[in-house]
Design a protein around this ligand. Structure first.
Ligand SMILES: [Mn+2]
Length: 552
């Protein structure tokens, strides 16, 4: 008996020792657990948002929010379904073909959800649809009508009539003003012609002759611009997943042979941490590829002695991170790489120092540009500080608002307020064609001659450092603060991690495969995600949304 106890204690001791050793060996901190919310917390948050929207609507008006249309990948295969942001912002529902109607009459607000009825055949192909009980549990909305009655509602509204549901429990009356999500008529808006995101709304608005049609986007832009504590928890989780992905990549890049192997490490991390998808296609560029802003091919070799620029962002519950790090493949910056990096780093620091409520994005942008101008002047890449020569190497703005979109909604003229989140992402790119692309003016000729030696010295170096910043009452918080950023911190981390990190990658040389061809279904019945929907996550195409008889 005594002997048995001694053996058990010995084995326990050995096992715990091993556990400590294993944990100690993994230099990359794991993503903290995902935030959880009770039904009551989620319902209260969504109800608060809906009330805030209603408060901004004119009296005697109706808002109609349609769900996103499925996006075609190819033939009968769609991309992973992603709900329209604003409908998701107010309901938390991922259901295709759901519609929310908010009516405000004489100051009284009613909210009605049109929800597709559960269909066994569809569920057999695509997984569980929401029951009414589940939709209410998730969104807090209790006035629910079958989507089969949606067209009747739309035509009643269109004709300024009254819609009454078949079970007479719901009535919706047309009002003088109707709110729809419509393309913004500002230049360079992504959906300036209503063909990309708000097609249904744009088509419906053309039929509305009896109404004053208002664009609902400004209402949502103003509200989503200030993140609530609830939203910040979700965004922080997306950022934490991305931070782990960046650090795993720093730890294995020295042993990688192809950009796509580093890319794989990023999306492996997104997937294993249960991210929805990426917030935008991952940018993983080595050497000269770092000087192309949206390089998404990941098909080039990883070269020792070069820099790797990685701009990636996991999306979690519709909130996306946007984080860029540029680091040396072999863990040590060359002198030239460090000089360019330090200029960009100093610009970020100057921006963060100046960020506080009341400042504008434009002012921060000027600070970044002035810091880069000064830095590149010292390196001899800018000859005349009072010229615009810096624009040859600093080719994009400081950053953008961040949230449910990577380039999120919000007015850039506004003074910053606590709760706003933006990216601080200065960059310098010594693109090999930069001088050749300059028009041959006398001024440029002189510049090219004078700058050529320095250009050759720094050619093909591209550096962008991007952090996600939360404006606070007194200043700013680095939401990406756990991710090494200073040259010495990056080198110290990479030197340790490159030795200790266990990288289990195969060294297949098959650059051809980009997307998995077949759907990957993950039934998330027990996750803390809304139940009742088959979650098909974004690293593969999904099945068609028609019910063909072809079995995959
Ligand atoms: Mn960005």
């Amino acid at each position: 008996m005594k002997r048995a106890i001694v053996w058990i204690l010995l084995i326990a001791f050995i096992l715990s020792g091993l556990a400590v050793l294993v944990n100690a060996a993994d230099p990359v901190p794991k993503t903290p657990p995902a935030p959880t919310f009770t039904d009551a917390e989620r319902q209260a948050e969504l109800a608060r948002r809906r009330a805030a929207v209603a408060a901004k609507m004119a009296d005697n008006s109706v808002l109609i929010l349609f769900s996103a249309e499925p996006k075609l990948y190819t033939n009968d295969v769609d991309y992973v379904y992603r709900q329209e942001n604003n409908l998701y912002y107010l309901t938390g529902l991922k259901q295709e073909n759901a519609t929310l109607v908010i009516s405000k009459t004489g100051g009284k607000v009613t909210e009605t959800l049109f929800l597709p009825k559960r269909e066994p055949r569809r569920e057999a192909w695509e997984g569980k649809m929401y029951s009414r009980e589940q939709a209410t549990k998730i969104s807090g909305l209790s006035r629910i009508v079958d989507t089969s009655e949606k067209d009747a509602m739309l035509s009643a509204v269109k004709n300024r009539g009254t819609f009454t549901s078949k079970d007479a429990s719901v009535t919706i009356t047309g009002a003088p003003t109707l709110y729809l999500l419509l393309p913004e008529d500002e230049p360079k808006q992504p959906d300036e012609n209503g063909h990309r995101e708000f097609r249904v709304e744009t088509e419906f608005s053309k039929e509305l002759t009896e109404y004053k049609v208002e664009n609902a986007q400004p209402i949502f832009a103003a509200l989503r611009h200030i993140k609530s504590p609830y939203e910040l928890k979700l965004l922080q989780h997306a950022i934490d997943i991305t931070t782990e992905a960046q650090m795993r990549s720093m730890a294995m890049v020295g042993r990688a042979e192809w950009e796509y192997q580093v890319h794989a490490e990023v999306e492996y991390t997104f997937r294993r941490r249960n991210a929805d998808f990426w917030g935008y296609p991952s940018i993983v560029g080595c050497g000269a590829n770092a000087t192309t802003l949206h390089y998404v091919e990941s098909q080039s070799p990883i070269k020792q002695g070069e820099l790797l620029l990685m701009d990636v962002g996991a999306e979690y519950e519709h909130y996306t991170a946007d984080v860029t790090r540029t680091y040396p493949v072999n863990g040590k910056f060359s002198k030239e790489q460090a000089e360019i990096y330090q200029v960009v780093y100093d610009a970020q620091e100057a921006v963060a120092k100046a960020t506080k409520p009341g400042v504008t994005y434009g002012q921060l942008q000027q600070i970044a540009r002035a810091t880069i101008n000064e830095g590149l002047f010292k390196l001899g890449l800018v000859i005349d500080k009072n010229s615009r020569q810096v624009n040859v190497w600093n080719i994009h703005g400081l950053g953008h608002w961040l949230g449910m979109n990577v380039h999120d909604v919000g007015d850039y003229q506004l003074q910053m307020k606590p709760g706003m989140v933006f990216t601080n992402e200065p960059g310098v790119y010594i693109h090999e064609d930069a001088l050749d692309n300059l028009p041959d003016t006398p001024e440029n000729k002189t510049f090219k001659e004078k700058v050529r030696p320095m250009f050759e010295k720094y050619k093909n170096i591209g550096v962008r450092i991007e952090d996600d910043m939360l404006v606070t009452d007194t200043g700013v918080e680095w939401m990406t603060g756990k991710l090494p950023r200073k040259i010495s911190d990056i080198e110290a981390f990479m030197s340790k991690a490159s030795k200790e990190f266990v990288w289990t990658s195969s060294n297949q040389h098959s650059p051809s495969t980009v997307f998995a061809g077949a759907p990957i279904d993950v039934f998330a019945l027990n996750s803390n995600r809304p139940t009742g929907v088959t979650v098909r996550r974004g690293f593969a195409a999904t099945v068609s949304h028609g019910h063909s008889d072809q079995v995959r």
